[in-house]
Unconditional design. Sequence first.
Length: 328
Amino acid sequence: MLIDHYGRAITYLRISITDRCNLRCAYCQPASGLSWIPEDKLLNKDDFVRLAKAAASLGITKIRITGGEPLVHPDVLEIIERIGAIPGIQDLSLTSNAILLEEMAKPMAAAGLKRVNISLDTLDPEKYRRVTRFGDFNQAWKGIMAAEEAGLSPIKLNTVVVGGFNDDEIPALARLSLDHPWHIRFIELMPVANSNDWGNGLPPVNQRYVSVQTMHEMLADLSLEPEATSANSGPERTFRIPGAPGTVGFISPLGEHFCARCNRLRLTADGRLRSCLLVDKEISIRDAIKSGADLEAFLMKAVEEKPRGHELHDHNCPDTRCMSQIGG
Ligand code: SAM
């Protein structure tokens, strides 16, 4: 079992299998000027599986495949199938924008995927196109429906709340949990290399941040009731509208410091272990993976160096990568 300096058990690994994405969400990556990591610097499917096996041997039980957009990776089905078969991996999930899920939900389920998190920031097709820079809301919605039909469960919808853009939709999004057994999760905007002007009529930097406390106030009419938290629930706080089949959750890196419950490590598509999403400290494991070296030692080192928490309150914001290059 991996235990860090602060007594946190590290049981969860997020693997970003690609930095490529079929959208350009404004808060996640710039509209232009971001070049893809060169092909020869990326890990391949065998590398991801090797690292996942080493992680499982050290007590990692939960793996999430992310990106970029993981569904644009040509080997995503094989990666899911092989990682899902590793002894000790009890929970394998995926984060996607759902654009390709209409065609891929069934094959993903057949490959062994059990559940999926889907990014959806608005229910308005025109706003969806603006924030994603060219995405088609209806295509994403069809993807969500296809995920449900394929039996992927639970479906979690992630909404990054941006003041002056989609904060007025918080109640409508939360009410989706009344009609569907979905988990609607509101995420505070994280200041990760995104202080630039987003264009497309999107709000300026000083208007964007909305705290979870404000989100709660906006949902006061829905009488949210807290759900019991499990040891595995990570940074999310979960609630339910009385009688709803689904839930409403909040992820709050700033409003409520969530680091004390962090159980994660991250692997970037170019082979760097990152022990904190919001601190730019990484260990390169690429050469070790390629050379067949002992990967356990690198994982242990990353855990050993895991910071107690981020330092956003001291204005120390990560700026070497944008979120699409980390995986969220
Ligand atoms: N392409 C996939 C998707 O759209 O979900 C996976 C990659 S995306 C980087 C993973 C998660 O990071 C998404 O839920 C996204 O909303 C979140 N994310 C990206 N930038 C963010 C930011 N600045 N603040 C908070 N969450 C962010």
